[in-house]
Design a protein around this ligand. Sequence first.
Ligand code: CS2
Length: 512
Amino acid sequence: MWHIVINHCAWEYVMENSPRMRLSNASAARLGAFVDRPAFDRREVSPGIVHIGLGAFCRAHLAVYTEDVIAKGASDWGIVGVDTISTAVRDALKPQDCLYTLLSRDNGDDSLRVVGSIIDVMISSDQRREIFELMCTPEIRIVTLTVTEKGYCQDAATGLLDEQHPAVIADLANPTEPNSIPGFLTEALRLRKQAGHPPFTVLVCDNLAQNGTKVHRLVSRFAELRDADLGQFIRDNVSFPCTMVDRITPATQDADRETVAGRLGVQDAWPVVTEPFRQWVIEDQFPLGRPDWEKAGAIMVDDVLPFEMMKLRCLNGAHSTLAYLAVVAGIDTISDAMTDASLPKIIRQLWDNDLIPSLAAVPGTDVKTYTHELEARFQNTGVRHLTLQISSDGSQKLPPRLLEAARELYAAGTEPKVIPLTVAAWMRFLSGKSESGMAYTISDPHADKLTAIFANAENDPERLADSLFTVRDIFGDDLPTNQHFRSSVIGHLRSLITYGTAKTLKDFLANS
Ligand code: CS2
């Protein structure tokens, strides 16, 4: 879930100089029958949801589930998208009536669909007042979010609000003009309370363990720092259901724009490429109502935790493992990593040895079968999911995806086998250079600190690991002092630095 990864100027140039017509309500009506399009009159749709964070993921997931429900008659659940980071998505979507194309790819088998559930896009930097006014109307009953793990200003190891986060400090100093997510939600909820309307439900759709509960705690804490009564009000009165979201959706590339334009015959500034699979498991706690998302295939449950853990660990944990090893080895995509001699065997061991044993039973699901389905999804050559994209924000992703599982295994008296290898690969990855000497950018909120630690350690595995272990908001206090964890990470790191990934993985598999 990246926010803005496109080259803004490049697509604007293409848009302005393309002889093709732009995607719009009018041009969509004339598309060939091979393209699915909104099966409802968009003029009849009114807003019911404000969605914050309009990256590719929510447009392949939440917007599609909601589209399917609107098509069944629920016209009061249109989505107004809000971006808190840049104007790029508004600049791309508004001139095309907020329509966009979803290209679903299953190896060589493609299908195209124009999605119309997003009915407006606003940008918080210049429309903050307007957005708050909308959020204070009784028609808005749900606020959904996809702002990535780092968007919530949390300490990744504890899941508590990072009270020293610059955005938190700035918003506490100027709380009516917030820019952080905790600050934004707090102010919207305060204004809504002042307007005399019951609070909207907050539905967090990011890959955090117990995402709703966690973000409820973060926002209540922020609000409490601002005003104790407001904190208590949010703690007691606002529903934050947990949810598990899943659809592999890479950031859009310019080549995707060209592919979509070639197929559609009209230009779409920001199409989304995704896989056919989608899954959404949601805790059913919506005091002001919700769209009947189950009519579009969502699973409504009382407790999302077992589903969330399975997905976060098995899918996202395997993604991170593949990503760090692959970036260092110079392998660009997940589907290419799945053709490597060792990587598929490594993630099979990760699943079988470290992750499946860490999970509680998942209702109606055989987790081993789930991991075989993941293998097939990772092999999908139609979706060019860049390992470098997945490698972003490791400081935020490693704790919930893998380090929690390691802790639980130690507590149960067993030892993780592959997780220390993933951690070593992440440490080696922080060099910013692949084994063939290709430089890449490390995108992480702690990038400066982490790369400085790498440079100071001068390739000494023990110094490097021990210095990185001092970053408590990644590793906590316990893992660095666990002798098995520490020595396994250092052993793998030594091998990665000395012999490289191919030999390290071969030796690892030979010894397991
Ligand atoms: C990926 C996720 O970028 C990443 O870190 O692991 O975006 C992953 O593709 C989605 O969670 C799939 O649902």
